[in-house]
Design a protein around this ligand. Structure first.
Ligand SMILES: C[S@@+](CC[C@H](N)C(=O)[O-])C[C@H]1O[C@@H](n2cnc3c(N)ncnc32)[C@H](O)[C@@H]1O
Length: 274
């Protein structure tokens, strides 16, 4: 149970090492089509939920920039930040290559200093990776402060009750392992994950992850840890309410017209600052 002590620095260091290694390859395994769908959803959310015109957008954990880059191409004024220096460098390289301009900074999602500056803030695939629940609340409070009145937050967490196997599902945690193989041209990516620790009281799991990446210049193997908080729909609803957000709406799996029985792999929340 050593790892569940939630030492903030341990989590941040593990997360940073993990994303520094993974960023480049992960970006190549993700399909552009999936990102385009998410961008369409974001624009839908801006139109439907914000009571002001959305122009200035902040992404608090932008990774290598897939959302801020996409939004910049669609005419938004974007600021992206991420705790991992290497991710920000990748985002900068991509922005330069694609000829779009935006602000890209290294920064912690729980140390946002903005006040009434943005029409929309994104916190995508980050809240369940933060070191503890106080950090989740702090992050949402600071996002609330960063928004102008009428602006919206779009945040998502992986659903622990997703019935399929994925590294974030309770099902995989109970199985104790998760295996994934992705092939894209010029690359084979294998991830072998093993549950190292799980606290069923607090809903926190630690994964030991081994990644094997075959690319033309050789095989890269690295191991990292990742802490996962199994945030549920209700946790998110309460946290958004507690931090002052209004009109909280959940869109499972980024679907604007919810299917009768969603897969609910991803819980996407949109809410407004009044
Ligand atoms: C799963 S990736 C998500 C990236 C992007 N938002 C997306 O949806 O593709 C998580 C990102 O959060 C970053 N991260 C982890 N802890 C952070 C923190 N405390 N503050 C800011 N970024 C953090 C990691 O470096 C990584 O780039």
């Amino acid at each position: 149970m050593n790892r569940l002590k939630n030492a903030r620095e341990t989590v941040l260091k593990a997360s940073r090492a993990y994303y520094a290694h993974l960023g480049y390859y992960e970006e190549r395994t993700r399909t552009q089509k999936a990102t385009e769908r998410e961008l369409d959803f974001l624009e839908f959310a801006f139109r439907t939920h914000a009571t002001r015109k959305v122009r200035d957008v902040l992404d608090v954990a932008c990774g290598s920039g897939r959302h801020v880059l996409g939004l910049a191409h669609r005419g938004y004024k974007c600021t992206g930040q991420d705790y991992t220096h290497e991710q920000i460098q990748m985002a900068k390289t991509r922005a330069k290559r694609e000829g779009v301009s935006m602000k890209l900074l290294q920064g912690d999602a729980t140390k946002l200093k903005y006040e009434s500056e943005f029409d929309a803030v994104l916190a995508l695939l980050i809240l369940f990776l933060l070191p503890d629940d106080d950090s989740v609340l702090t992050c949402l409070q600071q996002i609330h402060r960063a928004l102008k009145p009428g602006g919206i937050v779009v945040c998502n967490v992986a659903n622990p009750f997703y019935e399929g196997e994925n590294w974030f599902s309770l099902k995989s945690i109970q199985l104790g392992h998760y295996f994934q193989e992705v092939r894209v041209p010029g690359m084979r990516y294998i991830s072998i994950d093993r549950v190292q620790d799980f606290d069923p009281l607090k809903g926190v799991a630690w994964w030991q992850e081994t990644h094997v990446i075959e690319v033309p210049d050789g095989v890269h193997i690295f191991q990292e840890h990742e802490r996962l908080r199994l945030l549920t729909y209700w946790d998110m609803l309460r946290y958004l309410q507690a931090t002052g957000f209004k009109e909280i709406k959940c869109y499972p799996d980024w679907k604007t017209k919810p299917p009768k029985k969603p897969k609910a792999e991803m819980l996407v929340f949109v809410s407004r600052k009044d």
